[in-house]
Design a protein around this ligand. Structure first.
Ligand code: PLP
Length: 419
């Protein structure tokens, strides 16, 4: 059992420590906002998870098993993690940088970063013999959980808000999840799922409160630390909704630094949509988190009441980080550019990261000579409507798709003579 590598769970609010226990999800003293964090025996892991040991393991994210809160025997069979990192020189120039790297997490089995968390959540639920796993989600955590649960024959119950794009609902329907579309905001949706989990005794995959899920999210940081540890970029950028992703990536980076895989730590850039930016606002003004009404087409980061805001803010401060906020128009422009200049098709929440990097360049937060890695968290097929809107917008109103009758003359009328 790899859980032997865990020393305790620590409350992120009151810093009390507890032994690892199946039924403990949040701090008994602080309640639902007392989110717990898993602590490991890093000396022991340093002796066992050596570069030599890693060189003999598969590329998926279970290669870091010592740093995960569950035994590998419960891992779902789908391949999660080990996503590629591409240089993107043309896109780099366009956003005002010399070096931009893209980590394409849309290549995970259900096409988003969330598979990192869901795979660990389903593994923990399996280890505890839980027949049903539930979550609320803006879309990707839901489709990811449904897919991971399907791969091991577990029942999943999913609460989604009104905003979820159709392709994500299609994933849910086809994976066979029980889907409850809540006639309200994500905030109400989240609360309802919490209440239902308590009522029915389902395993709660809500990343915001379940300490094991962030451990899955941190594997992106572990991968960046392992592959770029000797040439760490100056910045790692990612978009922020609830805040678990940025906190997880930072935790993973820190652990790889602590274990000696990385020579130094990058700074982190958190990107939010302008109309859904409570974490960015609290960070900039150094004031407590203030909930807001979320309004952005980037559904995956349309979060007005972040459930992991404290962890995200802590990560940003520790990392000497910075924030950027972007408009929907900037997101759509970045979506088109990331696809047409780098060949990577992303959903709006991932495009927001690229837009945020450009913002941070323009505002002088990031210097031209600094290198940046963007974690692209979701595939573009997740939201084709926004993709088409992006294509139309950047085609200056004219249709990006040319209708033509089936003859060469018609083609020539549209495209002119061969040159
Ligand atoms: C969930 C999600 C995010 C943000 O992650 P949080 O943990 O909510 O901050 C970013 N991009 C995509 C595609 C996501 O699904």
């Amino acid at each position: 059992m790899t859980t032997e590598h865990i020393t305790s769970l620590i409350c992120t609010l009151c810093a009390s420590r507890f032994p690892l226990h199946d039924s403990l999800l949040t701090c008994p003293t602080c309640g639902d906002s007392g989110i717990l964090d898993v602590e490991y025996d890093m000396d022991r892991i340093g002796r066992e998870m050596t570069a030599e040991a890693l060189s003999r393991r598969n590329r998926d994210h279970w290669r870091y098993i010592e740093l995960l809160p569950v035994s590998a025997e419960y891992a779902p069979p789908l391949t999660v993690g080990g996503t590629p990192i591409y240089p993107a020189p043309t896109l780099a120039r366009t956003v005002g940088l010399e070096t931009l790297l893209l980590k394409d997490d849309g290549q995970n089995p259900t096409a988003s970063f969330k598979d990192r968390a869901s795979s660990v959540g389903v593994a923990v639920a399996r280890a505890q013999n839980q027949p049903t796993i539930a979550c609320s989600s803006t879309g990707n955590a839901a489709s990811s959980l449904a897919g991971m649960a399907a791969s091991v024959g577990m029942r999943s119950v999913i609460f989604v808000p009104q905003r979820a794009p159709e392709p994500k609902l299609a994933q849910l329907a086809i994976f066979g999840a029980t889907v409850l579309r809540v006639q309200s905001t994500y905030e109400d949706c989240f609360q309802l799922s919490m209440d239902a989990c308590r009522h029915y005794g389902w395993y709660n995959r809500n990343c915001a409160i379940n300490p094991h899920l962030v451990e899955g999210k941190k594997t992106a940081g572990l991968e960046i630390g392992e592959s770029l540890g000797r040439s760490m970029p100056d910045w790692v950028a990612v978009s922020v909704g609830d805040g678990c992703t940025i906190a997880g990536i930072w935790k993973g980076l820190r652990e790889m630094y602590q274990l000696g895989f990385a020579d130094r730590l990058p700074r982190i850039l958190g990107v939010q949509a302008e109309q859904a930016a409570p974490i960015a606002h609290a960070f900039r003004t150094d004031t407590p988190l203030e909930p807001c009404e979320a309004n952005t087409l980037a559904d995956s980061i349309a979060v007005g009441v972040p459930r992991n805001g404290h962890k995200a803010l802590k990560a940003l401060r520790e990392a000497h980080g910075a924030v950027a906020t972007v408009t929907d128009e900037e997101i759509l422009l970045a979506l088109k550019r990331t696809a047409s200049l780098a060949g990577v098709f992303v959903e709006p929440a991932a495009a927001a990261t690229v837009a945020g990097i450009e913002r941070a360049r323009n505002e002088g937060t990031i210097a031209r000579g600094e290198s940046v890695l963007a974690v692209l968290t979701g595939n573009g097929l997740k939201d084709t409507r926004s993709a088409l809107e992006s294509a139309r917008m950047t085609a200056a109103g004219s249709s990006p798709i040319l209708d033509v009758s089936p003859d060469l003359d018609a083609v020539q009328t549209l495209l002119g003579d061969p040159s």
